[in-house]
Structures are given as C-alpha cells and as structure tokens.
Design a binder for this molecule. Structure first.
Ligand code: T1G
Length: 738
C-alpha cells in the first residue's frame, strides 16, 4: 500500500454508513484503496474496505501494517481500532489466492505472519471491532489484537476445514488459549460459526457492543487502553497438558472417523490444536504451518475450493442478469401431500412462507400432515429447534381438499406422481385459477416442462422445481427452464431457492434433466454389474468407499424402486429394441419389493431400516442370470467404480455439450447436493478432469468395446481428451434450452 498524504493527493472522503452504524462516520484519509485511516480523539481507526467480504487479498495486510506504523509514530494516538467497512469484519484469507500458491505462481505460506506480529506487538493496543463475520484469517487477525469487541449479530469461526485446509495464521494456537482446548478442537475440526454471545461466554470476545459498533469500540478502548495487556500467545491458563486433554483428542478423532469419513483436514486441525497443548507457541505455529501446507496441496482441498466457488457460480446465469426483476413470493400452494409435496411444504414453512397443501382425499391429507408433524417432532426431540418453532411452522401449513385460496398464491408447486396426463390436467385447472403473476412450478423429475406448460395459456410462468428426496433435507433444487420460461420466473426461482435454504441450479428441459439423466446410466450399470457377477454388497461398498453417502442399490431402495419402474412404463414406447436393458429392478418390483417402504428391495430391512442380505434376492439374481445366459464372473472394486463413475461422466459430457447444464461445475454442484457425491472429490466432472480426460476416455472406449452401444463415448469427451483439455475449460453455453 502506498500512503498518499500530501494535501493534493490525499483523498478525503466519507465512508458510506455501515450497516452497523446509524451515524455518519468521520472523514477518512485514504491510505490505500483497501484500508482507510482516520483519527478519533486519540484513537486511530483502520477501516478495511475490500468488498464484498473484506477478504485479506493482497494489499489488505499491507494496508493494515501501514496504518499500524502511522499510529505508532503519532504521539497523539493511544490505541487503534480495526474495523471492517461494508457488511463484514474480515471473512478470511482470499481463497482465490490459494490456487496461485499450489500452481507455483505465488510463494508458499499464508504470508500473514508480519501482520500478526505487528498487531500483537503494537505499542498502541489494537481493538478488533467485529460485525458480520470474522472468519478464518479474519478471526486470526482479531485474535492477534489486544481486545475483541463485537455486535451480538456477528459470527466468528475457523471454517477452513470446509475448504479442505486448516487455520494457517495461528488460529489453532491462539484459539485454545482463549476458548479452551475442547471448544477450539470443535471449532477447527468442524468449522461451524459461533454467534457472538456464545463467543463472549467462551472468552473469545471481550465486550458485546449494543448500538453503533464503532462508537462502542471507541468507548471500550478508552476505558481499558491504559491497562497492561497480556498477548494471547502468552495466555497459557486454558491449555492444560496433553495428558489432561488426551480424551478430548481421542473423542474428536473418533467423531471425525464417523462424521468426516476420509477427510484429511479435520484430522490435521485436531493435530494442530494438539500441538498447541504439547509445544511452545512458536513451535506450535511451525507445526500448524506444516499441516496447513500438507492440506493446501491435497487433492481434497482443490476439490473443496472448487465446490466453494461452484456453489456461487451456479447462481450466475449469463442471460439472466443480476438486476432482473423478481416476483415477491408471499404465499405458496402445493398440490400433493405425498413424500415430496409434504417435504416441499416444510421448506416453505421453514422459511416463514404460508403454504396451502392440497390433496384429493381426507385420508391422504391426514397422512401427509401426520408425516410432517412426525418429522418436525423428531427434530424437536433431537434438540434442533424448540417446540414453539415447530408450532409456528405447523401453523403456516394449511391442509385443504379444495382449490380455495389458490387464487392468492404467489407460487403453486405441483407434486403429484409422474404421469403426464394428470400433470397436464392439473396445469390446465391452475391456469384458470392462479393469478396472472403466479409462478406455476412442477416438481416433475423427468417429464417435459414444455409439454406441461402447453396445457396453460401462460407457458412463460411455468418452470420445473425439482426437489430431491427427502425434500426437507436435501439442499439441491434443479430449476428447469422450459423454452418459454421467462427470465423473471428464473430469477425469482433462483432467489427462492436461496430463501428456502437450497442450492438452485438451472438446467435445461430434457428427460431426467441433469441429475436423473446421469443417474439413469449410473444405476443401470449397477444392475448390469450384479447381473454379470458382482455381489450386491460389493457394488454398494465400492461406491461407499469412494465416498458416496450410499451405494447405488441402497439408494434405489431408499428412493423406492417403484418410481423408476413407473417411469420405465411411461417411457416404454422409447425403448430401443436390441439394446440391453437392466432386468433386476423390474423383477424386484414385480415381487412387490419396492425398497425400504416395503421393508424389502435389493436388501431386506428390519424395523430400524438396517439392510441385510436376502436369500430370495440371491435366488432371483441366479434365475435372471440363467435366463439371460450370463455366466457370472468375478468383478473387482476398480471395475465397479469405473463403470459407475464413468457412466455418470459420459452422460454428463453429453449434457454439457447440449447445453442442458450451463457449465461442468453446475453438474458437480448437482451431484454433491442432490446425490451424495463426496464434496472432497469435487463432483463427477471435476473428478474426471482431475483423473485426466485421456484416461477417462480410454476406459469409456474400452467399456464401449466390451459392452456395446450404451457406452458410445460422448463426442465432447472424445474431443476434449484428444485436445488434452478439461470439462472446466469447455466454453460457456449461452443457451440452457434455446
Ligand atoms: N475469499 C475470496 N472470495 C470470497 C471469500 C474469501 N474468503 N469469501 C467470500 N468470497 C466471495 C464469494 O466467492 C462471492 O463472490 C462473494 O465473496 C460473496 O460471497 C489464513 C487459510 C463470508 C459468510 O472460508 O463463508 O482464512 O460470487 O455469496 O452469502 O487461516 O462468503 O459474488 O463473485 O458467499 O453473504 C476462510 C468463506 C478462508 C469464508 C458471506 N474463510 N466465505 O456469505 O456471500 S481461508 C472462509 C463465506 C483462511 C487462514 C485461512 C461467505 C460469507 P461472487 P457469498 P454471503
């Protein structure tokens, strides 16, 4: 940062009122674009101005350092307040910089050590004044200050593990000194934010400020500035010994092995906090740096950073700019109170939006409402929220057998079973009832939105809102763009997804859209593998070991095998004669084995839904193999994994080429949030890119030779493999469904 302080060059300007401040700020001398300096009756205020979240991008640490130096030299200054301009204190290191380090473009290390030392050793005590977030490097900066004050609504945390890394600027060493070892382990291992009132109780925040943050911080600074300060690094009172905390570390590792299966960063975070207990501060910092670097260069971190930016990228739709007008959705109505409809109603109620829930019979309606009540009660029992929250949410859901009230709804979501005729009939009815600016959404998982929209005189208002089961839990919402869907409906849908706590991903209108279209070949191959000789459990195990939440056959049992069976019947006319068809699931359904809902599918289920092998299924498999003339062979985990993953990828490549997904990362985000794909593998397309498309193509070509037409390599895969390129480089499709 360059200091500009000649009168001609000094830019003096007013900082816009921050969200936390009702008052006008003092004039600031602009020290750099990124950090402003101003003096307030003997206290220097350094304001970080790096929107949107004040990440510690290049120039920010330097700007703070310059400000500290200026304050140190000014005898009229007795203390320094460090505050964030705009909506946040500091949300951490600039994540975009990490790729530059791993690619060798930038030198290794976090590079914050000089700043932390200057804060900690400043002759004038530094007060961190926190609003919004103090995350990652932001919290680490705050912990190097003499004091931390914050507004009650702010959050603090060390979320680095979510990016596959650990705190790299002393967080694992200073945090246990402030909050104690057990809490520090938890915060670094799981990365969840802590609200300021709780953080104050833990000793992380010295004063909770009511009212204007800056004024409160200045007042607090004046009241304590003269007192001696013990640097956080020197506060060893809460550290204890390795022996005292052995059980804490052991329990954390045990929890990691259950809840953070295969993840490297949580274990590294635990180890780093352990180093804080076992080693003197400076050695602890060295150990943290070593572990940080191991994590940063890991494939898991690259994948998780891809996911972080991916979740934000999917919100960007090239032809639907940010300022597109949106409809205000103040109430909703849902048709169908089955598993999906009920779950969708819960989403609206959770977001505080009143919702009508319609069924055709009292019995179905009662059953749907009972399920909702049961789900909420289970959450209350687990302590997720209090009874009052449940009561408030239940009160927002109004069961009904009639269309009364639908005329006022801002959105109507149809969630009946997958049948085109029924859906068209419903949309034609809605067309006559809904107000003109009501969004008409279908929760179809496979059917054409254009055909559904053709039943109305307002196809521009029709869109797909494809929720994933259980709809109150899964984060994904596929937003299906029909050829007439208006940009305003798309923009509203994307915003609504956020309101409902979902990740909305825009997809084109093709059979199965993106997620299920890819899932078809994936689950098809799972069945083929069993037909060819693989053991059911081996198929599920291979994918579980890869990191999937569940294997493909268990997923079938969970979702209901009858769903696919019905869809196959609906699309029977599209079957191509002579092309191999999976045989087993239709046969299971014919036996009444629909999966968990009938306590029998691929597996048999006990009352706790625990799967176990079932001799009846073994018998069925043997029969089907015999009938099809298949001699079973031994199939290893590698083949299982490649067949399943590359079936996803090959279809994903077609989807990308057709523009049904905007970018390869959209597919990744769909798979991670809707299908239990492990985030630390970055999604199927990222995983393929990381494997190398040459190798992926070679394997697909091999399967093509062995298994025929279903494995025809996608032209885009072939092309990119030949060019030595990746899916991520594939140009933006301007049309999702032009
Ligand atoms: N670096 C770079 N860009 C960031 C960023 C960051 N830390 N945080 C957010 N952005 C971008 C984001 O991509 C988006 O860009 C815009 O800011 C708004 O974000 C040394 C190793 C702070 C709670 O992990 O959790 O510190 O899409 O849409 O919903 O130990 O952003 O507009 O172009 O998410 O209001 C640790 C990550 C870093 C915090 C705000 N810190 N960020 O949520 O807005 S590692 C984090 C968040 C570290 C030290 C280390 C959230 C938020 P665009 P947004 P939001």
């Amino acid at each position: 940062m360059e200091e500009i302080d000649t009168p001609q060059e000094a830019a003096v300007r007013r900082v816009p009122e921050s969200r936390t401040s009702g008052k006008t700020w003092y004039p600031h001398t602009l020290m750099s674009d990124l950090v402003l300096y101003s003096a307030h009756d003997g206290i220097a205020v350094l304001t970080v101005q790096n929107p949107p979240v004040n990440a510690l991008s290049p120039g920010v640490p330097e700007g703070i350092l310059d400000g500290l130096a200026k304050a140190a030299q000014d005898d009229s200054i007795g203390a320094v307040v460090l505050i964030g301009g705009g909506r946040s204190f500091i949300a951490g290191a600039d994540i975009k910089e990490f790729g530059k380090i791993t690619s060798g473009e930038k030198k290794r290390g976090v590079g914050l050590a000089p700043l932390l030392a200057a804060l900690e050793d400043s002759p004038k005590p530094v007060f961190a004044a926190i609003h919004g977030q103090a995350f990652g490097g932001g919290l680490e900066v705050a912990m190097a200050c003499a004091y931390r004050v914050a507004v009650a609504a702010a959050n603090v945390g060390q979320p680095e593990v979510k990016l596959g890394i650990i705190p790299g600027a002393g967080g694992t060493q200073r945090l246990p000194r402030l909050v104690g070892v057990a809490k520090a382990v938890e915060m670094c291992q799981f990365g969840n934010p802590v609200r300021v009132p709780a953080a104050a109780q833990l000793g992380l925040i010295d004063q909770v400020i009511e009212g204007d943050l800056l004024q409160g911080a200045l007042a607090f600074a004046r009241s304590v500035a003269a007192k001696p300060v013990l640097r956080v690094r020197d506060r060893n009172g809460k550290l204890g010994t390795p022996e005292v905390h052995a059980a804490v570390f052991a329990a954390a590792r045990a929890e990691a092995s259950k809840k953070q299966r295969s993840l490297q960063a949580p274990l590294a975070a635990i180890q780093a906090v352990e180093a804080a207990v076992a080693l003197p501060f400076d050695q602890g910092i060295e150990e943290e740096a070593r572990l940080f670097e191991d994590c940063l260069f890991s494939s898991q971190s690259k994948a998780l950073i891809h996911v972080f930016f991916g979740e934000r990228t999917v919100a960007k739709i090239p032809d639907v700019p940010k300022d597109t007008a949106v409809y205000a959705i103040r109430s909703a109505a849902i048709i169908g109170a089955g598993t999906m409809g009920g779950g969708i109603a819960m989403n609206y109620a959770n977001a505080g939006i009143p919702v009508l829930l319609k069924e055709t019979s009292q019995a179905a309606l009662d059953k749907g409402m009972a399920t909702i009540r049961k789900n909420y009660a289970a959450s209350v029992a687990k302590g997720r929220f209090p009874q009052e929250t449940m009561d408030r949410r239940m009160a927002l859901i109004t069961p009904t057998l009639a269309y009364d009230g639908f005329e006022n709804a801002g959105i109507i979501v149809e969630a009946v079973f997958e049948g085109m005729a029924l859906k068209k009939e419903i949309f034609a009815t809605l067309d006559g009832i809904a107000k003109s600016d009501c969004i008409l959404a279908s929760n179809t998982s496979t059917l054409s939105i254009d055909e559904i929209a053709s039943a109305t005189r307002r196809p521009q208002m029709v869109v797909g809102h494809h929720f994933f089961s259980p709809a109150n839990v899964m984060r994904l919402l596929e937003i299906v763009r029909g050829k007439a869907t208006s940009k305003e409906v798309i923009a509203t849908s994307m915003g609504l997804a956020k309101t409902l706590g979902k990740v909305g991903v825009l997809v084109g209108n093709c059979r199965g859209f993106v997620g299920n279209r890819m899932f078809g070949p994936y689950r098809r191959e799972a069945q083929f593998l069993v037909e060819e000789g693989a053991d059911i459990e081996a198929v599920d195990r291979a994918m579980y070991d890869f990191g999937m939440a569940m294997g493909p056959l268990q997923v079938g049992d969970l979702a209901g095998l009858d769903v696919g069976w019905r869809i196959r019947q609906e699309f029977k006319h599209l079957e191509i004669p002579g092309v191999r068809k999976p045989l087993l699931e239709d046969r299971l359904c014919e036996m009444g084995r629909y999966g968990q809902k009938t306590s029998a599918g691929w597996y048999a289920y006990d009352e706790n839904r625990k799967p176990k092998r079932d001799p009846l299924v073994e018998e069925l498999i043997a029969t089907v193999r015999r009938e099809a003339g298949i001699t079973p062979r031994a199939i290893g985990a590698d083949e299982i994994r490649d067949r399943l993953l590359f079936a996803l990828v090959n279809e994903g490549a077609r989807i990308l080429e057709e523009g049904m997904a905007l970018r390869s990362v959209d597919i990744d985000i769909i798979y991670i949030n809707g299908y239990g794909f492990p985030a630390h593998r970055g999604g199927p397309m990222f995983h393929a890119d990381a494997t190398g498309l040459g190798a992926v193509y070679a394997r697909v070509a091999e399967f093509h030779r062995q298994h025929g037409a279903l494995w025809t390599p996608a032209p885009l895969l072939q092309q990119l493999a030949c060019d030595g390129r990746t899916f991520a480089e594939f140009p933006y499709q301007e049309k999702a469904n032009a």
